[in-house]
Design a protein around this ligand. Structure first.
Ligand code: UD1
Ligand code: UDP
Length: 363
């Protein structure tokens, strides 16, 4: 069986690492790895291949950054060429980025069966580029691998036939369980930054709805700067956010009031997450990782796709509209005792094995 996997953005390297590790243990599966080049900085791409032992991509399309239409269109044309040459049995796509959508459309046009990992997530906010990518990819896919029961129900409500939907759990949980074992040996970031357990907040901000709104981004930066007077706030800065902070003349304020660092590798990120007092983020993946490592989290968005995290009490939504209100809510969040107990919300750590078995059985 030949699987052609499309990756391109940071979270996809981590998801693909979990699945590719299992692929390599199966003799009957041949994986062709295609990197679109959506993320290309060393610390947004190469670092993960080295650290997580992901095979070198068979193709790097080198597409880079551009507007949504141009970026997706260039990917589509380049992926089509690879598909015509490789003729895979399956196209495997992850998540909700422009790379995901381009892979799905290219395969659909050539009648190559599509498998979508992390299917069924919905924010019900069509202004998000990710929501458009998810909905279109799910409706093009032949096999939809969902991480949660809520995701499966979303697909059924949209009329997707139930035999195509498979609740397998979350491949990010598989990755977390596997790589966390090596963190103590492979990360020195706490010592390097002089951080002590539960004496800092970890924050990440990159979502377009926050970075592309002057009001929201300013509110977030002001709220984090205010909290930074009480407790260290560590902010590994996504390049998108860095660029906009410079354009808005906010970069100096941020570097003076927060512990601003470059994006870090996955082991350093796990170390930062596990030891934080609280995580404040707009990332999809990091909301879940906070739960995996039992760290209280606040999500700076109006809505989330990961509703079960809210129900568990480990996460809460804080819409980033007004800095003062945010500071108040974040202080309350930080002073609250964490909930007792953690339920297995994201499967049992074998989502990758389940995915590969279903792919093999469905040929
Ligand atoms: C993309 C995904 C988002 C995901 C995120 C993960 C889409 C529409 N969005 O958002 O769902 O959560 O990746 O991190 O696919 N840049 C660099 N170097 C890089 C990569 C990006 O400088 O290596 C800068 C460029 O200025 C670029 C901007 O970041 O224009 C945005 O990058 P892009 O890949 O378009 O979107 P992300 O915000 O990273
Ligand atoms: N991550 C990382 N280094 C960083 C920031 C994030 O390794 O500096 C990892 C994080 O642990 C998670 C994934 O990248 O596994 C999340 O990616 P991101 O927040 O960029 O995207 P999203 O999940 O929101 O799509």
């Amino acid at each position: 069986m030949k699987i052609l996997t499309i990756i391109g953005a940071r979270p996809q390297f981590i998801k693909a690492a979990a699945v590719s590790r299992i692929v390599r243990s199966e003799e009957h599966i041949n994986e062709v790895l295609v990197h679109t080049g959506q993320h290309y900085d060393r610390n947004m791409s190469d670092v993960f291949f080295g650290e997580l032992d992901i095979p070198r991509p068979d193709y790097n399309l080198g597409i880079g950054s551009a507007s949504h239409g141009v970026q997706t269109g260039k990917m589509l044309a380049a992926i089509e060429e690879v598909l015509l040459k490789e003729k895979p049995d399956w196209m495997l796509v992850y998540g909700d980025t422009n790379s995901t959508l381009a892979g799905a459309i290219a395969a659909a046009k050539l009648h190559i069966p599509i498998a979508h990992v992390e299917a069924g997530l919905r924010s019900f906010n069509r202004n998000m580029p990710e929501e458009v990518n998810r909905v279109l990819t799910d409706h093009a896919a032949d096999l939809l691998f969902t991480p949660t029961t809520i995701a499966s129900k979303n697909l059924l409500k949209e009329g997707i036939a139930s035999p195509r939907i498979h609740l397998v759990g979350d491949v990010m949980y598989d990755a977390a369980l596997f790589y966390v074992q090596q963190v103590d040996a492979r990360s020195r970031i706490l010592g390097d930054l002089n951080l002590k357990k539960e004496e800092y907040i970890l924050s990440t901000i990159h979502r377009a709805e926050n970075t592309d709104s002057h009001v929201r981004l300013t509110a977030i930066i002001n709220a984090l700067s205010e909290l930074g007077k009480e407790i260290k706030v560590v902010l590994p800065l996504h390049p998108r956010t860095g660029k906009i902070l410079k354009e808005l003349d906010l970069f100096d304020q941020v570097s003076q009031s927060l512990c601003l660092i470059e994006p870090v590798g996955y082991y350093d990120m796990i170390a930062l997450e596990k030891n934080a007092k609280m995580i404040v983020t707009d990332s999809g993946g990091i909301q879940k990782e906070a739960y995996f490592y039992q760290v209280p989290c606040a999500t700076l968005r109006d809505e989330t796709e990961w509703l079960e995290l809210m129900e568990s009490g480990w996460n809460c939504l804080i819409p980033p509209h007004c800095a003062d209100e945010m500071v108040e809510k974040l202080r309350v969040r930080m002073s609250k005792l964490p909930p007792s107990g953690v339920m297995p919300l994201y499967g049992d750590g074998t989502a990758s094995e389940k995915i590969l078995k279903i792919l093999s059985d469905s040929l």
